[in-house]
Design a binder for this molecule. Structure first.
Ligand SMILES: Nc1ncnc2c1ncn2[C@@H]1O[C@H](COP(=O)(O)OP(=O)(O)OP(=O)(O)O)[C@@H](O)[C@H]1O
Ligand SMILES: [Mg+2]
Length: 223
């Protein structure tokens, strides 16, 4: 089943001589349960693409469908709710809330949405990601790899349509990177979770079902 679709997606910043075509016509179709790696040189538009897909910024032109629905045209509140339910984010900097313990961080999106955590599902997630013993700890007491695994658990717990990850292993040493990447891959097939990740990490890219090579705001031929 197609879960993400974009048609003629463009994002231009600035204008005139200062115009930057960060995205210049991206047509993309992603099926449920696919693990996709977006690769390409710095400035090729990878983060911009993720921001568009996650509804963090508006495209200049083109359409985006997530589970057949469009962000565009939704008011701010509807958009926030739609994003919370359908998009999980994982960032290079982990972005855990420092004053909440790991468990509270993981269930935060559910709580914000007025839902009770499905403890059974949560148990599967935290044991798969090997952070069950860390749930009572504060984020600062965790290693980078553990923090990132907690951030992945937080993204997974909503069972979103897509998880968008921007260089999730960018701040980790090579051993933790491999661990985080392979656990993310395991989550994809265990939970049939669709993941789109930007990565500069060749090993992580090789784990993906499909690699999207970006160049000058477009997906290169054959990608
Ligand atoms: N808010 C903005 N205002 C102006 N230009 C921007 C903005 N965001 C991105 N750009 C420009 O758009 C282009 C694509 O940026 P983007 O951040 O998507 O690249 P990237 O592929 O993620 O690069 P990196 O690998 O360095 O993270 C760059 O030329 C960048 O300078
Ligand atoms: Mg980027």
């Amino acid at each position: 089943m197609e879960i993400v679709k974009t048609c003629g997606l463009k994002k231009y910043f600035g204008n005139g001589d200062y115009e930057v075509r960060a995205l210049d016509g991206v047509d993309l179709s992603v099926n449920e349960g696919e693990f996709i790696a977006v690769v390409g040189s710095s400035g090729s538009g990878k983060t911009t693409l993720l921001n568009m897909l996650g509804g963090l910024d508006e495209p200049t032109e083109g359409k985006i469908y997530i589970r057949g629905q469009r962000f565009q045209g939704m008011n701010r509140e509807a958009k926030t709710i739609f994003r919370r339910r359908n998009v999980g984010f994982v960032f290079q900097q982990f972005n855990l809330v420092p004053v909440l313990n790991v468990y509270e961080n993981i269930v935060l999106p559910l709580r914000l949405d007025g839902q009770c955590p499905d403890e059974e599902f949560l148990e599967r997630i935290v044991s798969l990601l090997k952070i069950r013993e860390k749930l009572e700890q504060m984020p600062a007491a965790l290693s980078g790899g553990q923090q990132q695994r907690a951030a992945i658990a937080r993204a997974l717990c909503m069972r979103p349509a897509i998880i968008l990850a921007d260089e999730p292993t960018g701040n980790l040493d090579s051993r933790s990177s491999m661990e985080v990447a392979s656990l993310l891959k395991t989550c994809v097939w265990q939970f049939n979770q669709t993941v789109i990740t930007v990565t500069h990490d060749e090993e992580m890219a090789q784990m993906a079902d499909r690699i999207l090579p970006m160049e000058d705001g477009r997906i290169r031929e054959g990608g």
